[in-house]
Design a protein around this ligand. Sequence first.
Ligand SMILES: Nc1ncnc2c1ncn2[C@@H]1O[C@H](COP(=O)(O)OP(=O)(O)OP(=O)(O)O)[C@@H](O)[C@H]1O
Ligand SMILES: [Mg+2]
Length: 320
Amino acid sequence: MLAGRNARCVAFMVLPFIECLLRYLYSPPRTALDASGLPPQKSNKSPQIPSLLAQLWETCKVSQNVEAIDPDLVGRATELAAAGAFLASVCTGTAGTLVVSGDPGVGKTALVQRACASLHSPAWVLAGACLPLASMTVPFLALRSAFRRAPQFDGVAYPTLRTAGEASHDVPGRIDDWLDELCLLRPVVLVIDDLQWADQSTLDVLMYLIAGPPERRLGIVATLRSGEVGEGHPLQRWLADIRRMPRIHWMALGPLDRLDTGAQVSHLLGAPPHQTLLQEIFTHTAGNAYLNRLLVSGIPPEARHLPPKLPLDLRAAVLA
Ligand SMILES: Nc1ncnc2c1ncn2[C@@H]1O[C@H](COP(=O)(O)OP(=O)(O)OP(=O)(O)O)[C@@H](O)[C@H]1O
Ligand SMILES: [Mg+2]
């Protein structure tokens, strides 16, 4: 059993290099950007890799748990390049943290998902989201959902996050040790969505990880609704504290411009929008990707104007 465990660990360490080498040898020359101006999407499966190795690799690798990538993401070339550079530096051995902030619906989650899906080196992306629970606090909520997708194999034990009956200061150390081991095998990107709703225990663990060794291949990416962290919000202090820590990167995500709004609407309608319709949408949404999506739903592609009466819930969301 020990031999099997060792063999799998060795496979985890060696196969990425063999895969990279074979991808290099077998892949056609790449262009830096595709027609949309975005880096070409990385395919999980490469038909050029000899099938025996590909099968072996498939049995050992744990797929990135990036969910529901929006195939029609528009614009964001600069932000994707910046996020890609951050992730690349993580993969080459510099731990760091990226906080993506912006208005609700502006596209923070979509951007982070796309950036993680575009990673060029094999990495584990562990993604979890905080929730706006009102009547209770669930310790480590986002971390629990992120770690649920973690690779499970002998030798690198999944950390238990039980809190009852144990000193809570054990938990950050245990998570840190576990991530340390994972990072030796492959880069790890821990994505925490909607940090504004994080429970204190999640924030404490994140702080502990951020303060960890600089040279490990651990990236933390958090999204944050900036407008919701007002005076007295518990996160304010946490953000002020991490500002003083090294290797923290900030990205303030703005709305889409008119051109990119047009591209998003075009994708959603299945045809280029009439200019008057686009102008009305942009006037109402100011380029907020979520509001664009709400406004366009149910509109025929040939429409020249928004319907005179929007449903009430939509009016509340878009015209507020
Ligand atoms: N650049 C984009 N191009 C096309 N669609 C986009 C883009 N950015 C976001 N969207 C779409 O807009 C919607 C809102 O995006 P997203 O959930 O990423 O926003 P968010 O900033 O994370 O919002 P929240 O603060 O509510 O979490 C989603 O349906 C997403 O697919
Ligand atoms: Mg989001």
